[in-house]
Design a protein around this ligand. Structure first.
Ligand code: DAH
Length: 350
């Protein structure tokens, strides 16, 4: 028996470990459930009673020795884990791929819209997403009972909607329902000529579906100067459509109504998917609507202390999601806010 224990002692003494794996082999061999030590403990009951005490002492000493050795390995590995591991690291292996992020499609299109309009003199303006009644509705000529003011469409922040009052007296704050509010802020604080583009997030109390969301993005455009005409608006929007989609894109303007423009129009482009032949995106009409526009209503100019006898201007507003869906043929609006990497990484930007 002594011999067996001596043999195990010399094996423990002679064992050298430099890696975690080797330490684990040591632990299993000498201290694990199926180790030599476990066998010795199991044998204890078969030993003659008068020898059992001595045997037990030797086996215990052996266990302590094995544990001390194991502890010494832990020390070596902790202190020198770098050197231990580097010996087993194959530096010739290819590195883990490091995937760079990609711009969100909404960002790509927003940047492109800004780029296109900045080439004809528009600069970017900004406004708050939490807006008062004056900037979001009243100054823009919304009648007091206009449905857009209703709780159905607007997320109010405290209080209930309604009532025309200047900003300082306004009780109601809301998440802006459109970026047209930035028009008002800019007209109130600057003098014509004004030529701005206001991109940003807007909110509406809508049920979420493939075609509608409770938040989305718009770009508002505004140009105020002496002698600005509807023809200027039309030419600028034609230029935009050709740059954004393709040089052969056509536009058409249909009469429409917005409280803040007079006359008002909605603009369609020739369907960029079927090239006017008819498909389910353009519902077989050959045309798809992309924005609303018009000449700024003189009431709005006056609300913002701009002389409507001297100045005129045009405005337009478009949904960035809408343009993106048409440009990239995305069929479900919800994809833009789900952050699914498989969707997002398909978009390439410069
Ligand atoms: N604010 C409108 C909307 O959210 C879009 C719009 C239409 C903006 C006509 C304009 C405009 O500036 O002239 O639906």
């Amino acid at each position: 028996m002594d011999d067996r224990i001596k043999k195990i002692i010399s094996e423990i003494d002679g064992f050298n470990a430099v890696t975690k794996e080797q330490v684990e082999i040591f632990r299993m061999k000498f201290l694990g459930k199926k180790s030599a030590l476990a066998d010795l403990f199991a044998e204890m009951k078969n030993i003659q009673p008068e020898l059992r005490k001595d045997f037990g002492r030797m086996v215990n000493e052996l266990k302590i020795k094995a544990e001390e050795k194991l502890n010494s390995f832990a020390g070596i590995l902790e202190a020198g884990s770098d050197s231990g591991e580097s010996e087993t690291t194959d530096l010739s292996l290819p590195a883990e791929p490091h995937e760079p992020g990609a711009r969100h499609p909404i960002s790509i299109v927003r940047r492109r819209i800004i780029e296109i309009f900045s080439q004809v003199g528009f600069t970017v303006a900004d406004g708050p997403e939490i807006e008062d009644d004056w900037h979001n509705f009243s100054a823009l000529n919304f009648p007091e009972n206009h449905p857009a003011r209703d709780m159905q469409d607007t997320f109010f922040v405290g209080g209930k909607g309604g009532g025309i009052s200047p900003a300082s007296n306004s009780q109601d704050m809301a998440l802006r329902t459109h970026t047209s509010s930035v028009q008002v802020r800019i007209m109130e604080t600057s003098k014509p000529p004004i030529r701005i583009l206001a991109p940003g997030r807007v909110y509406r109390n809508e049920a979420i579906s493939a075609r509608a969301h409770c938040f989305f993005h718009q770009v508002e455009g505004l140009y105020i100067d002496e002698g600005v005409s509807f023809a200027d608006l039309k030419q600028t929007l034609l230029y935009f459509a050709k740059e954004m989609f393709s040089a052969d894109t056509k536009i058409r303007l249909r009469p429409s109504y917005f409280p803040f423009t007079e006359p008002s129009a909605e603009m369609d482009i020739s369907c960029n998917i079927c090239r006017g032949k008819g498909c389910n995106v353009c519902k077989y009409t050959g045309w798809v609507e992309i924005l609303g526009c018009g000449m700024v209503d003189p009431n709005v100019l006056e609300n913002c202390k701009i002389d409507s006898k001297k100045y005129s201007g045009y405005a337009f507003g478009m949904g960035i999601e809408r343009i993106t869906m048409l440009k990239y043929q995305v069929k479900d609006l919800r994809l833009f806010s789900e952050n699914d990497i498989r969707f997002l990484k398909q978009f390439v930007s410069s």
